[in-house]
Write a protein that binds this ligand. Sequence first.
Ligand SMILES: [Zn+2]
Length: 324
Amino acid sequence: MPAHDSRDYEFAKAFDLPVRRVIEGVEEELARDGEGLPYPGDGAMVASGRFDGKGNREAYAEIVEWLAAEGRGEPSVNYRLRDWLVSRQRYWGAPIPIVYCEKCGTVPVPDDLLPVELPEIDDYAPKGKSPLAAAEDWVATECPGCGGPARRETDTMDTFVDSSWYFIRYLDPRGEQRPWDRAAADHWLPVDQYIGGVEHAILHLMYARFVTKALADLGELEVQEPFANLFAQGMITRDGAKMSKSRGTLWRRPSTSSATAPTLPAPMSASWARPSAGETGPTRASRASGAFWRAFGGSARRSRRGRAASVRRPGPRRSPRSGT
Ligand SMILES: [Zn+2]
């Protein structure tokens, strides 16, 4: 739809492809070419044969029906949850605990040999196959089934897999026998307030929610939702938030564009220090996180103590108000 999607439009322009308007409408505030394209809004359809004059949204179902009748298409829903998390040709990530034996086939590494740890290697660059595949000493192993020669899986799971459940592990980080302590998970989850960059608001959130729901369906967790509230810090507007120390203003309640802002102790006395000459990134980051910790540490401890002393909340859990 080159006339009605900005990426398709740019592609069509770059390759000199025809751009045909099929929806009428104008959108003043955005930059357009002489014909007012691309136009991503709604409107009456034009140059569309039997669908002319119909609203584009109203015509969706009819268009799909017509395509199906013509044998040229069928309705489908696309989700953007990708399966590439599970098998990547990269060194970093979690090893997949599987070995391949000529006699036994695909054999899961038994519990007492877990975790499978990555080998030390010199060259991490992918070369069309996993860099692990070059670590022959590591790849060649013994079949846990028959004791014969076997080879390890050399793909890894993306680090998204870890970040989809690490918050559960944090509740019992020293447990040796289980990935998490069920009682602790049932007591503490969902996470009350999750703070992350805007990159956490889309894929990571989808994966973490998916994994949590799957674990709940498997009976391994009580909650269906991992996070009660997400605050995407990427939405803080610098000027609006008046974060500058040099102007004598303290960091107060951030100005955000959505309702996802948490209830913060405000005004708070932490300021995000302005970088000064000679200060390295890590120093700045450390100072900023120190200020953050001091500002939030007290209230976090108070709320945790209060909650630990209270009976676990009954009834349905809150659902996240976060946007994706
Ligand atoms: Zn075997």
